[in-house]
Design a protein around this ligand. Sequence first.
Ligand code: BES
Ligand code: MN
Ligand code: ZN
Length: 504
Amino acid sequence: MNFDLKTLAPAAAASEKCDLLVVLVPEGFKPGKDALSSLAALALKNGDFTAKPGKHLQMYQVPAVAARRVVLAGVGDGTARAVRQSLLALGSAIKAPLTRRVVVCFAAPSVAPEAASAAVQAVAEASYVYTTTKSKAEPRILSRCIVGVPDAAQVREGFDSGVALVAGVELAREWGNRPANHATPSLLADAAKALAKLPRIQCKVHGPADVARLGMGAFMAVARGSEEPLRFIELRYNGGTRTDAPVVLVGKGITFDTGGISIKPAAEMDEMKFDMCGAASVLGVFRALGELQPAINVVGLIPACENMPDGRAVKPGDVVTSMSGQTIEILNTDAEGRLVLCDALTYAARFKPAAMVDIATLTGACVIALGGVRSGLFANNDALAAALQQAGDAAQDLCWRMPLDDEYSEGLKSNFADMGNVAGRAGGSITAAKFLQKFVGETPWAHLDIAGTAWKGGAAKGSTGRPVALLVQYLVAQSTATAAPAAASGRARASRAAKASQAS
Ligand code: BES
Ligand code: MN
Ligand code: ZN
């Protein structure tokens, strides 16, 4: 679908031909003399409409308005959050039949770039439809959305980044939603290779022999039970100078998680096709980077395989040697995410990263702790944690920091290896993070547990594309820090640290 940005007051919006005109009305709205503004003022005065986010008033074939349907939508204080809330509440109107062209017009004297970005993202989110594996696909009806603001130049950057984010989020949603037999490790690798058509992006795919040569015994142990060969995907985005240390993103790419020999119960097991949403978010981030071209270097690593029970599958109690040399007693084959991630994190060290961030649908315990609102954030570095938390706030893609006290690793002790892959049930998302931490050394590292946020269950079952927006926001903020004139890496680091500490 196409998005356009226009300088458009409500008076001019009235003559835009479209199927749906959404007028975003802020609290303290000052009406002009035009028909639409007068209507909004009257509805407010009569109490038929309030400007709170989520409140709206729908009208049909309003005289002097070219749009077939008009909705007045409250946006409260006009922040990105309120704009998002308001447009998502209008989801069914945006997704309604015969709604091909939508105009979203801000009826405010000035609009923040983040609010324009939020409008673009919310309209895309509300109108998204999955079609790939339906025989009679009914594709997205909406084909064009115009965002009208008082001054287009003022919000251009926010608008453009919103459009880039939509491309990234929708790629992540697409791959998340595809059934496991349509999203095998090899197909994920093909999707990554396709991204290398974008400027400054390269992709290399390692197969089973390469991974064996690298000594990734933990990753290989998970893949053993599957007929589908594993893939280790390596993406690069080179927007910085050659000497800029990259940010490395590592995405869990379990294309289906049966639990292995420690098999999962049948109920809702289908949802374990979403166990590659971390990987999908890395693909989505690269899609957005290809669009935005920020001055930063980014590496994306995706260990991709299935976790299956089989005669050759790894068994509870088996001990494997990870790429780091540390041995692991696999006490529960369903704790497979940390096994594929630990080898990818060891591999990441070769890029001498400024920071590494892994993204994983890692634990059911994180769903219990934080639900579907915030992703779990774990970090061995306060500045990195603050930067990610702040990026999440700015992008309306929230996360919440969790503790990493050393006491939490007590339960990972093993009598037969350097560590076990599980501790008890208590603090399950934290002990999983403590396991990962054993593989990152001193490098600034963060782990995002997206088990609760990457997809929705029930009637709205489907991938959300989170946390693409958080990650892109973080990377773009890092790029402004490194792109400063004469940015010697020390200075850049200092300015990054300063920015981060301001934020905390
Ligand atoms: N992919 C799951 C985590 C998961 C479960 C995410 C349910 C969302 C909903 C992961 O591989 C897993 O199975 N984790 C186990 C770990 C346990 C065996 C220590 C879990 O959370 O139960
Ligand atoms: Mn599992
Ligand atoms: Zn899993």
